[in-house]
Design a protein around this ligand. Structure first.
Ligand code: TMP
Ligand code: ASP
Length: 242
């Protein structure tokens, strides 16, 4: 992007630039992909554009269901304008089906449906490898108040209800996802980051047998190939439905 805008922050999959309005930022979605805390890296031409478009549609869906989010509008194919937020350094993962790290760290059977959604909270800290964190440690480190942590958990459960229903309509199973929250300049708690196949596990429900077909970043994590095809399929189903 042109240097009219100042780069404020660069993450693994996004760049955040200043905006002429102090309470807004411009978020550029990159084509880079990382997994396992950057142990694995690759570039997928067109991923940034797809994740930006998918995220925008999902944020709009959530905003229409009264979920407060940072999303304001799309700027172009791979950039969006969002409210500027102070990101809370927590990664909130909600799981409907046991997969990924839950199955590596416990004895739960891969692919089992959980009786109720499980929320796992991780400290957002690359140097520490994003460790799983407890409520008491969050309080100890003064990361967020107990009241706001309750609000974050309540919002995450509500987002799960909205997204599960939405994805089911487009024949996708929402296995798990990761959210990040933050505060805008008026200290309102908002959903931030992105909601895309980079941070959701989505399985194709259009399968006759029981085989798992991942249409998400597991295609890269697990060397399955066809990442852009999978993300394009999700984008296509969303656009056909909305
Ligand atoms: P996990 O099974 O590896 O803990 O991942 C759970 C969900 O969180 C999955 O949808 C992928 C997403 N996730 C991220 O978005 N960022 C991360 O750094 C990690 C570890 C997981
Ligand atoms: N976001 C994480 C990383 O960079 C990993 C993941 O999504 O699995 O490496």
């Amino acid at each position: 992007m042109k240097n009219k805008y100042e780069l404020i922050y660069e993450g693994k999959a996004k760049k955040v630039f200043s905006h002429e309005d102090v309470d807004k930022v411009i978020i550029e979605f990159k084509d880079d992909a990382t997994a396992f805390n950057s142990l694995k890296k690759a570039r997928f031409e067109g991923k940034g554009k797809l994740n930006c478009q998918i995220s925008a549609k999902i944020f709009e869906l959530l905003i229409n269901s009264n979920i407060p989010t940072h999303f304001l509008e799309l700027k172009n194919e791979n950039t969006m304008i969002a409210k500027k937020i102070r990101v809370i350094p927590l990664e909130i993962v909600l799981r409907n089906i046991a997969y990924g790290s839950l199955c590596k760290q416990t004895t739960i059977k891969l692919g089992s449906t959980l009786a109720k959604p499980l929320i796992d909270i991780y400290l957002k800290n690359d140097e520490l490898n994003d460790p799983l964190i407890t409520k008491d440690r969050i309080e100890l480190l003064n990361i967020v108040s107990a009241k706001d942590l309750d609000s974050i958990i309540g919002l995450t459960l509500e987002i799960n209800r909205i997204l599960q229903k939405f994805f089911k309509n487009i024949k996708l199973q929402l296995v798990d996802f990761k959210l990040e929250f933050g505060y805008d300049l008026k200290n309102n708690l908002l959903l931030g980051d992105e909601i895309s196949p980079d941070n959701c596990r989505l399985w194709d429900l259009n399968q006759k047998n029981d085989i798992i077909v991942s249409l998400d970043k597991d295609r890269f994590r697990n060397d399955l190939g066809g990442l852009i095809e999978a993300y394009s399929e999700i984008n296509r189903r969303i656009n056909d439905f909305i």
